[in-house]
Design a protein around this ligand. Structure first.
Ligand SMILES: C[S@@+](CC[C@H](N)C(=O)[O-])C[C@H]1O[C@@H](n2cnc3c(N)ncnc32)[C@H](O)[C@@H]1O
Length: 418
């Protein structure tokens, strides 16, 4: 017998329509996870720890890859993707990659879009959809055409604002990728606050990331028995510290995620995961949480938010100037202090930022001397002046700084153990 004739390779995708339809839950999936700005490595660590501690058994063992701006989770059970999204505290968004396929010419785009299991994702064709389209190859046609093709094939309407589902279609050098956000609204919108303050607060995922980073730098000699949150505002730092310390996540609260309305999502799975995550928050013994706020309107908002958070926590709201109050910490255990002091136009009139941050450094230094070996904490510094002034006041040698971004501005977080 002669050697087989060399045939022209048939692309793998050619016979896709002959392939059996595999239920979404039966095959492994890829998810791209985007961090709170400036916290990619921390997000990576959080994903690793969640994958190691699943809330139930899954079919596949996921692989985790740290990419330039995202964490990629591959070979992941669909339901584990949901679990990770519901537990992640430092993520901005989790995108499920529905389909990725080789694509060398425009004529292939529609055929690929026809392979997306639209009926498994769209509850109906009337809901408003947001589509981000991105073309980064030699195709001359604009990304608008890509969006139009998606809308035509899926029979949906794109809206620029208020989309209930958020799709992404990307045409890179020779492949087309279609993904959808599992979350919809970004993950920092936790839904636990009864009232927000007018001022732009630190987003929840940033507060969680700051808390995690501070705790990661600490020798765990004692459990945290008190959390002290001066400059509390609407309370973000305090609530997020309880979420982080208890191992809960966004799924513990009353908000809907995009995946709740995908026909392929099992309601029973979501109910189970939500219950497990809520139990972490309600069944873990919480430290005493002391909030401090100077402004009486902010303090009353804080009271409403603390009541709405409604877990068996020992909240205490101390109204007054941080430099004049006497916080009452638990007699033993570590005291976690998280500071997001005012800056910019939130600073009191005629006060200097350097003076305030230096005074705070000295204040923390004195607390560390009074409660020797028990104080751990972090302070957000909005610029180099405030950061230097804070460190000049804080003499403790065990401190480190991390840079992150908030509202497009570079911020520094100092952590210390005293
Ligand atoms: C940067 S904001 C904190 C925002 C807060 N993290 C949030 O998420 O809403 C600073 C807060 O500190 C309060 N504040 C300012 N000076 C204070 C002082 N000397 N003592 C206590 N609170 C103060 C302000 O009223 C304001 O609510």
């Amino acid at each position: 017998m002669g050697s087989p004739a060399k045939s022209k390779a048939i692309p793998f995708d050619t016979f896709w329509y002959l392939m059996p339809v595999v239920p979404i839950t039966a095959s492994p999936h890829v998810f791209y996870i985007r961090p709170a700005p400036g916290w990619l490595e921390l997000l990576h660590e959080e994903v690793i720890s969640l994958v190691k501690t699943p809330l139930q058994k899954y079919k596949f063992e996921p692989k985790i890859t740290l990419l330039k701006g995202t964490v990629k989770l591959h070979r992941c059970d669909w339901r584990q993707g949901l679990e990770i999204m519901l537990r992640l505290t430092t993520a901005h968004d989790v995108e499920w990659m529905i389909l990725e396929s080789k694509c060398n010419q425009w004529t292939e785009v529609d055929a690929i879009l026809n392979r997306v299991p639209w009926n498994d994702i769209l509850p109906n064709r009337e809901i408003p959809i947001h589509v981000t389209a991105d073309v980064s190859n030699g195709f001359t046609t604009a990304s608008g055409k890509l969006r139009e093709n998606l809308c035509r094939i899926a029979k949906v309407n794109h809206v620029s604002e208020g989309g209930v589902l958020r799709f992404k279609i990307e045409l890179r050098s020779d492949f087309l990728r279609i993904s959808v956000s599992l979350c919809g609204d970004p993950l920092y919108k936790r839904g636990y606050k009864a009232k927000l303050l007018a001022t732009a607060p630190l987003p929840e995922h940033q507060a969680a990331a700051c808390t995690r980073w501070v705790l990661a730098g600490v020798e765990p000699t004692h459990p945290v028995s008190s959390v002290f949150i001066p400059f509390a505002g609407s309370g973000t730092f305090g609530f997020e510290s309880l979420i982080v310390l208890s191992g809960a996540g966004p799924g513990a609260f009353l908000r809907q995620f995009s995946c709740d309305i995908f026909p392929c999502t099992s309601e029973a799975t979501m109910r189970f995961l939500r219950r497990k995550i809520s139990e972490k928050l309600t069944s873990t013994p919480h430290p005493r949480l002391l909030f401090n706020e100077l402004n009486s309107d902010a303090a009353s908002t804080l009271k409403e938010n603390a009541a709405a958070f409604s877990i068996n926590s020992k909240f205490e709201i101390i109204e007054g100037d941080i430099f004049e109050i006497q916080p009452n910490f638990s007699p033993e255990g570590n005291i976690l202090i998280l500071l997001n002091p005012p800056y910019g136009n939130r600073l009191a009139k005629n006060s200097s930022i350097s003076a305030l941050y230096n005074r705070l450094g000295i204040y923390i230094q004195k607390l560390s001397e009074s409660y020797s070996g028990r104080i751990i904490g972090g302070c957000i510094c909005p610029d180099a002046h405030s950061w230097r002034s804070f460190l000049n006041g804080l003499k403790t040698p065990t401190q480190e700084t991390h840079h992150f971004t908030h509202g497009g501005k570079e911020m520094r977080l100092v952590r210390w153990q005293g």
